[in-house]
Design a protein around this ligand. Structure first.
Ligand SMILES: Cc1cc2nc3c(=O)[nH]c(=O)nc-3n(C[C@H](O)[C@H](O)[C@H](O)COP(=O)(O)OP(=O)(O)OC[C@H]3O[C@@H](n4cnc5c(N)ncnc54)[C@H](O)[C@@H]3O)c2cc1C
Length: 441
């Protein structure tokens, strides 16, 4: 591997060293006869163990590991940057989607194959070192949360990999309390491959194309030629590159849709102050597609610069998810993750009522200050943004872009449906499966 000057050409140019890009770069560079260039806008510095500590999310103002877009509402939409991308900064919740979340995926995505690809990541000895949080690692509020819900809904045995409608102990990608990133799991072991080059601190502005064929990428004043370009820049980064290149492909060439899981927080003041632990260790998935998230403490404990507002339980609508937009105005991306519709708002309200009842119940009386439970009026984001180039419509079942040769998208952009768990495990599963097919071609 060399860091630094970009080569003039590569057989495959991969844009983005995030959750998906690291998987694709490793798999395609196993063949020594294929030259692979992985371009990343973030730094070549590997995130240290302190950065990857699960007891913090390194996304505060000015973080070198994150990029923030401001929604018109004023809310921040954050994405990871650097080696590992969002896998270096996320909550470390690594849950499969429910098996029936895949029923509307394009043909070629059979559930047994999906399960096998997940298992390579989260199974025993899997690449992402996934394990459920143990009982003695739980925050006090999480222990109460699990005890409360286990009387009401079914409970998934923590070792089971597939989530259920009911109580789900979170499975996390980690080595102890250190986040295991896609870069650690996939890139580190491939660094000495002479056919893999990592060009960090390099931002792809646009694609070079002529006729209906993409022939390379434009990075500042430099053009790098490519046999194939694989965009792994994330649902927003990839959308920005396509829009800037005039290759968005939807009904309106200036806009791409993007999906999100909106969330409402129910705050309370805590009577207990336990040792810091991972942000999210247990969730309930409801029959009406909500995810109730038991956050371990105030977000301000996890994100530098955030004003303390007290701990909270989150309620997020997981399906169908909002529909927002990414567009370019004056050369800069404008991201709006969309608003919940009337039906989603009604479901959120039911979830919030259930959480309020829980926090005011006798089971929580000795850890929640009386009279302190309050619903945050702002509908927030889960930082999940996905689905800007969905498979089955704007891309095919392997991320190929309809009507364009030499271009493929393999990242959260191509998730074609909403899942009832967070997207991280599924983005990596998808990258692993597509890369395996491409490698054998
Ligand atoms: C703060 C936060 C917390 C989250 N928590 C969770 C969680 O706990 N569980 C969960 O399931 N999901 C979580 N997510 C979502 C999950 O991390 C993402 O869905 C997933 O990592 C997306 O992977 P990706 O490969 O599509 O994109 P990313 O991992 O974001 O990778 C994209 C990469 O492309 C690079 N890039 C972008 N544009 C360019 C360009 N023009 N040129 C060069 N490089 C470029 C970026 O710097 C980045 O490294 C979280 C996300 C965030 C931001």
């Amino acid at each position: 591997m060399t860091l630094g000057d970009l080569p003039a050409t590569a057989d495959v140019v991969i844009v983005g060293a995030g959750s998906a890009g690291c998987v694709v770069a490793e798999r395609l560079s196993r063949d020594p006869d294929r030259t692979v260039l992985l371009i990343e806008r973030g730094s070549s510095q590997w995130p240290t163990e302190a950065v990857r500590d699960l007891r913090g999310l390194p996304i505060g103002f000015g973080s070198p590991y994150a990029v923030s877009h401001e929604e018109p509402s004023g809310l921040a939409v954050v994405r990871g940057r650097g080696l590992g991308g969002s896998s270096s900064v996320n909550g470390g919740y690594f849950m499969r989607w429910h098996a029936d979340d895949f029923v509307d995926w394009p043909s070629g995505w059979r559930i047994d194959e999906i399960g096998a690809s997940y298992a390579e990541l989260d199974g025993r000895g899997g690449t992402m070192s996934v394990s459920p949080f143990a009982d003695d690692e739980l925050a006090e509020v999480t222990t109460r949360f699990e005890s409360y819900w286990s009387d009401i809904v079914p409970v998934r045995p923590p070792a089971d990999a597939w989530p259920i409608v009911g109580l789900n102990r979170v499975r996390s990608n980690r080595d102890g309390m250190v986040r295991r990133t896609a870069a650690e799991a996939y890139l580190r072991g491939a660094l000495d491959r002479p056919n893999l080059t990592i060009g960090a601190d390099a931002e792809v502005d646009a694609l070079r194309w002529s006729g209906a064929e993409v022939t390379g990428v434009v990075v500042g004043d430099t053009v790098v030629g490519a046999g194939e370009v694989i965009l792994c820049a994330g649902a927003i980064g990839t959308a920005v590159i396509l829009l800037r290149s005039g290759l968005a492909g939807g009904a309106d060439p200036d806009v791409l849709a993007v999906r999100e899981h909106r969330e409402v927080l129910v705050h309370y003041r805590s009577r207990v102050d336990g040792p810091p632990t991972a942000l999210l260790q247990s969730v309930v998935h409801t029959v009406d597609d909500l995810e109730i998230r038991c956050y371990s403490s105030d977000m301000a404990r996890y994100i530098e610069g955030l004003p303390p507002v007290g701990p909270a339980i989150g309620v997020a609508v997981m399906r169908p998810g909002t529909r927002g937009t990414v567009r370019i105005v004056g050369g800069a991306p404008i991201v709006d993750l969309g608003v919940v519709d009337v039906a989603e708002a009604a479901r959120l309200e039911r979830g919030v009522a259930a959480v309020t009842e829980m926090l005011r119940s006798a089971a929580f009386a000795d850890i929640v200050e009386s009279g302190s439970v309050a619903v945050d009026p702002v509908v927030r984001t889960s930082q999940h943004a996905w689905g800007s180039m969905p498979m089955g419509t704007l891309t095919d079942g392997l991320g190929g872009v309809a009507g364009v040769r030499g271009l493929r998208i393999v990242d959260g952009s191509i998730l074609p449906t909403a899942g009832r768990s967070g997207p991280h495990a599924t983005v990596m599963m998808l990258a692993s499966r597509i890369a395996a097919v491409l490698a054998d071609r």
